[in-house]
Design a binder for this molecule. Structure first.
Ligand code: AVJ
Length: 309
């Protein structure tokens, strides 16, 4: 995304009645490292749980996907889950990581190439929330499997998630399918602990967004004044993360001055949790049939195989 468009989008978000900044600004280099630390926290159950579901069911997943599939990952596939999947696919053919960050994409593509010598790796630089052209592999794959792990779908509002599922439906093509990680609704105490860890890593991760904007967009948020808050809204079925300013401040961003009142909040992330019925309904609206759902014993998390009927 070009810098002027990004700046306009940031200013738009910070001009709303409730100020917001897109969660995509979490992930500069430091932010990505902090997220990795989050995934290792005892309270942050999603990563380990999803990994366990993948390990326990990988043969069945590979059988459902079938041989010579093209695996199209929305996001750039640095995760262990992707590797487990690639290792177990029958006659693995093509891997297409799709990511907006070119550097990150090429780095992970190189690592996958090094570890999977027979696999054709064809990275695509694109914003996957909009339709994009698929590359032409040397050997025609039998079918496309869109892979979207990590419950990143949770970052999207229901409308935006519906639109994203429509893009996935198009990219999967005829006879294609979607394999997606979806975090589930559960005891709010478990969810809230995952976003308010005792070591304070999530708070650091949240605050890092402002540090990122100060650097990349020449802003001057007073980081010291902000504190992290994450609350589960049971009606919306989502975690809402906010940064609260403990003092009045005026922040310059581009050619604007943004006033933040004392105790005013900036919304930084939604993380939606689904019921199995709720997700199936949303998938169906985009044309998908949820053909198989795997969960852990405690039903914390799910991995879902959605077919184009
Ligand atoms: C990467 C969007 C799945 O929502 O759990 C973790 C990001 N934010 N802790 C999530 C996140 C705070 C994460 N996703």
């Amino acid at each position: 995304m070009n810098a002027a468009v990004a700046m306009a989008e940031l200013i738009e978000g910070l001009s709303r009645p409730e100020k917001m900044i897109s969660p995509k600004y979490f992930y500069d280099e430091r932010g990505s490292k902090l997220f990795e630390k989050i995934t290792e926290l005892p309270e942050y159950y999603p990563t380990e749980t999803e990994l366990g579901i993948m390990r326990d069911n990988i043969d069945e997943m590979a059988d459902l996907i079938g041989p010579q599939a093209s695996l199209i990952e929305f996001g750039s596939g640095s995760s262990l889950k992707t590797r487990i999947l690639l290792e177990h696919l029958h006659e693995q053919a093509v891997y297409v990581p799709v990511d907006i960050s070119e550097d990150h994409l090429h780095e992970t593509a190189e690592q996958i190439r090094a570890d999977f010598p027979g696999l054709e790796v064809l990275p695509v630089v694109a914003d996957f929330t909009h339709p994009f052209a698929l590359p032409n592999p040397t050997v025609m794959p039998r079918r496309n499997i869109v892979y979207f792990p990590g419950s990143t779908i949770g970052n999207f509002t229901h409308d935006a998630a519906h639109e994203l599922l429509q893009v996935m439906y198009e990219e999967a093509g005829e006879d294609g399918a979607l394999l997606i990680g979806v975090d589930l609704q559960k005891d709010p105490a478990i969810i809230e602990a995952a976003y308010n860890d005792s070591a304070g890593v999530t708070a650091e991760f949240d605050l890092n967004m402002l540090r990122h904007l100060n650097r990349e967009f020449d802003a001057d948020f007073n980081l010291d004044a902000f504190s992290h808050r994450a609350e589960y809204d049971p009606d919306e079925g989502r975690i809402e993360m906010r940064l609260i300013s403990g003092e009045w401040q005026q922040v310059s961003l581009g050619d604007r001055e943004i006033v933040i009142e004392e105790d005013e909040a900036i919304l930084t992330e939604y993380s939606h949790k689904y019921t199995l019925e709720g997700f199936a309904e949303m998938a169906a609206k985009a044309g998908f049939n949820v053909a198989k759902v795997w969960t852990d014993a405690e039903r914390l998390f799910s991995v879902q195989y959605c077919e184009r009927p």
